[in-house]
Write a new protein. Sequence first.
Length: 277
Amino acid sequence: MTPPAPSVPRPLVMGVVNVTPDSFSDGGSWFAADAAVAHGRLLREQGADILDVGGESTRPGAERPSPAEEARRVLDVVRDLAEDGPVSIDTMRAEIAAAALDAGATLVNDVSGGLADPEMAALAAERRVPFVAMHWRGHSAHMQGRAQYDDVVAEVCRELTARVEALTEAGVRPGDIILDPGLGFAKNAHHNWEVLRRLDEVVALGHRVLLGTSRKTFLGSVGRAAGEERAPLERDAATAATTFHASGHGVWAVRVHDVVSTRDALDVADALRGGLS
């Protein structure tokens, strides 16, 4: 099943299914395949339009699993969840993406935008599936040292444009490319807020935009003194606020851990624009 088009001009909701022991938000909670499948089905019941299944943590400092371990974590989960609706595979490895597509996934979400694996662009071109290219400056163990910008939005847009050019040269159809500005990836809190303020510039690149703010560190620290930051599971209200903001700026989808609060925020945005009574 392919990801649906929105029936109203509001972002789709992509629910996160982390099949990892070390995710920053819910690492270990859904590490067993049956638990991950149950969680994904719950997110779908709550209103997720797409489920994003990933077996590699991308939290700052995370070490990569082997390809065999990543495959073991995700493929059965993808296969089971794809029976009920659209599934995205969150991976930087072409071999994992290919196996997940064979198992029923219909979208590839690559946080490296095809930079981590030189075979990824060719795979996306061959399979002709939607491909999320995130702004990326290196693997999790090293990325925060690369959070240096003169103008973060201009540089993110320039680097995303370069990825679009490389992907299209490899044969990926322009309409299949979805861009993600990569909040939290080689970006500090100031950078993240600036990207959110200037989302229109990312959308103006002319591709669908996926936004992932969910439970990220900058939402834990906003409005809080040092040492009093919100824990990851306490950041859903702040995440919903960013979803509300994104809904007015042409974002195609939001990637979130908590579907209920996200849909509430989108419903409020619709009501304020006259879409609900």
